[in-house]
Unconditional design. Structure first.
Length: 331
């Protein structure tokens, strides 16, 4: 019997809120999921569903002073990062947990050369000398398949294409060989060819380094290709969670089904109208306490005013059991 891999990261009932003119608004509402060692967990959902806020909560990079973690635990190798000191988080972030930010041009400083920015990671986390850090940074550019890395080290970010900048950001994220990589929309604004190259590069480096990964995206095609487990978020909550194979073969929540039905397929006639999910995600100030997808769909049944139970309906397959949104399971 094969043993389950241990969890490198355990997020348990995470609550993250922001102080606004309308009071404290909850952007992440009792979110829980695990990341097993050596596996990739995909977090998927529309913009505004809390995916990036969840990731920034894990590494404590919320906008300050507005963003606050109000509850829950984030256990990384058994340590609770919510209660860790600033010094401990500084060591973990960029060292033990690597981050690929959503927009590479925003992640890179436009007034500093590439070499300075990549080598700085080694100087901060590995205490290398300036020369040794420069040499290590050059090796990282070779690792991520940057051509003529010695020359690129002297370039500024605006000299590079989008795909090259993303490779630089990956090099910075993996410089210290972290045990966990958080990739927030790593293929945004890249054409499909470069997107495939970046995903292949990340998969290869993850296998070589034995890392776990969290992949945040709205692209279900990327999720299907790259992930072992999938967490579907809607309006700050997890509405469904399962292995990638199980989720695509047997989606249970209406929101998950809506996302899957909006994907174009090869057998669709030319110029077909794509399916869409009606409405939009409500603002944080207007979110219902009950089923938030029912709120979007305009359903006003009494059950929609109470938060649905999140339950395991089959081994490893969890879903928010709103009767209106999961009509094909027992409640």
């Amino acid at each position: 019997m094969t043993e389950k891999p241990e969890n490198i990261l355990e997020v348990d009932n995470l609550i993250t809120s922001f102080e606004t003119d309308r009071g404290m608004l909850r952007a992440v509402d009792h979110v829980s999921f695990n990341v097993p060692a050596g596996k990739t967990v995909g977090i998927v959902g529309e913009s505004g569903c809390g995916k990036s806020v969840t990731a920034m909560s894990i590494i404590r990079l919320l906008p300050q002073p507005a963003g606050r973690i109000l509850g829950g635990q984030i256990r990384f190798h058994g340590r609770d990062l919510v209660r860790a000191s600033d010094a401990e988080i500084h060591k973990v972030r960029g060292g033990e947990i690597g981050v690929i930010f959503q927009e590479p041009m925003a992640a890179l400083n436009p007034v500093h050369r590439i070499g300075r920015q990549v080598s700085e990671v080694f100087r901060i986390h590995k205490n290398l000398s300036k020369k040794d850090a420069w040499d290590a940074a050059t090796e990282m550019l070779k690792l991520v398949k940057i051509p003529a890395p010695e020359q690129r080290m002297m370039d500024y970010p605006h000299h590079l294409s989008g795909g090259m900048r993303q490779r630089i950001v990956i090099a910075m994220a993996l410089a210290c060989r972290p045990s966990l990589l958080i990739a927030d929309e790593p293929t945004t604004a890249l054409d499909v060819t470069v997107q495939a190259q970046i995903l292949d590069l990340m998969a290869r480096l993850q296998a070589e380094m034995g890392m776990s990964a969290i992949l945040i995206t709205h692209d279900l095609g990327v999720i299907a290709e790259s992930c072992d487990q999938v967490v579907v978020m809607y309006a700050g909550r997890v509405v469904e969670q399962a292995s990638a194979g199980e989720l695509f073969a047997n989606p249970l929540h209406a929101y998950t089904k809506g996302l899957l039905s909006s994907i174009p397929t090869l057998d669709m006639p030319s110029k077909s109208r794509l399916n869409t999910i009606p409405g939009m995600v409500a603002s944080l100030a207007d979110l219902s306490h009950g089923c938030r997808f029912c709120q979007r769909m305009g359903r006003t049944a009494p059950v929609s005013r109470e938060r649905p139970r999140f339950a395991e309906v089959s081994p490893g397959h969890w879903v928010e059991t709103c009767p209106e949104c999961t009509s094909n399971i027992e409640h």
